[in-house]
Design a protein around this ligand. Structure first.
Ligand code: UDP
Length: 330
């Protein structure tokens, strides 16, 4: 039987690479695409030997051409952490807007089903708690996070327009904080920051007083939710995340216990517009997809810690200091 063909953008990134693995395992032909600004080929190196896998180094903000049939498109390309979108704000806006437009055009031309990766950031610093899909959000368009949040809000709008106006089969997944192996040590997010600090023997940096909350979902749970949503036929946005909410201070304590570090916690200023609380209401995902997260944080954190521990020692230091984005910062 012919394999179904799926294009995954952001294939070399954290989520994209896990999606590639899952679709390969399910028997799909996977076409990965990434311009490697924030992605890393090491995340998908193991796939290059497979006939079922091919890869294009391409920026989806420019016209996208893929030869042959396409059944599914998953648009997961985007800088996705606050320090990334501070460094490359224009690229962040372009991949969410122009990139999404190009991929919707491709989906239309190929008669493919397309899923776009949206985010809990569409809710901004939420005034409703927990956040369900009917909440419209509280976003500062001109704040530092605006480039990401508004690109993703535009992405949802244009995706819905392609569905209603052109009849394209679309999906919108609103992804909440997710963690697991292959997160970048230098992406600035709290989990790789804390684990990296513990492994290097540095103090753990809490931004603000640590009372802000997040709800962390293990990557395998997220991928399962995405896989189900893609095959569900449901076109309205769906939250996928883990409702198990904790404060950043509690999270730091968990990392300290897990890693056995003797370092202490130090406090730094809270970044502008850092949301005070975040917890997904996953009623819709439960009802429509029969999905809920299964992996407890203690288990997921252990797997993730083992991954970071297994990295070559130099990476812990080199990557922590970041790589230059300047050549891309158009
Ligand atoms: N944070 C922190 N220390 C760090 C990195 C992040 O206290 O070294 C905080 C950050 O201010 C935010 C939370 O952890 O309140 C989650 O941040 P992250 O960047 O992981 O994701 P966000 O949910 O803010 O997009």
């Amino acid at each position: 039987m012919e394999r179904k063909r799926v294009l995954i953008t952001g294939a070399a990134g954290f989520l994209g690479s896990h999606l590639c693995d899952r679709f390969i395992r399910e028997g799909y032909h996977v076409i990965g695409m990434d311009n490697l600004i924030t992605g890393d080929l090491r995340n998908i190196e193991h796939l290059f030997q497979l006939e079922q896998f091919e890869f294009y180094n391409h920026d989806v903000s420019k016209f996208v051409h893929v030869p042959g049939e396409l059944h599914y498109i998953l648009h997961f390309a985007s800088p996705a952490s606050p320090i990334d979108y501070l460094k490359i704000p224009i690229q962040t806006l372009k991949v969410g807007s122009l990139g999404t437009h190009n991929l919707l055009g491709l989906a239309r031309a190929k008669n493919a089903t397309i899923m776009v990766a949206s985010t809990s950031e569409v809710y901004g610093d939420p005034l409703v708690h927990p956040q369900n899909e009917d909440y419209w959000g509280n976003v500062n368009p001109v704040g530092p996070r605006g480039v990401y949040d508004e690109a993703k809000r535009f992405q949802e709008a244009i995706t819905m327009a392609y569905h209603t106006y052109h009849g394209v089969d679309t999906r919108i997944v609103r992804i909440f904080n997710t963690y697991g192996p292959r997160m970048r040590l230098n992406d600035g997010r709290v989990l790789p920051a804390f684990i990296g600090q513990a492994l290097r023997g540095e103090d753990l940096t809490i931004f603000g007083d640590g009372s802000q909350t997040r709800s962390f979902c293990y990557v395998d749970d997220l991928v399962e939710g995405i896989y189900r949503l893609l095959h569900s036929g449901y076109v309205q946005p769906v939250n996928v995340g883990n409702p198990d909410e904790i404060t950043i201070s509690q999270f730091a304590e968990e990392i300290i216990r897990l890693t056995g570090t003797s370092q202490k916690v130090i406090y730094k200023p809270l970044p502008t517009d850092d949301p005070k609380q975040r917890q997904p209401d996953i009623t819709r995902a439960r009802q429509i997809l029969g999905w809920e997260p299964k992996v407890h944080r203690s288990e997921g954190l252990k797997i993730t810690y083992d991954y970071f521990r297994s990295l070559p020692h130099e990476r812990l230091y080199e990557e922590a200091h970041g790589k230059s984005f300047t050549s891309f910062a158009k």
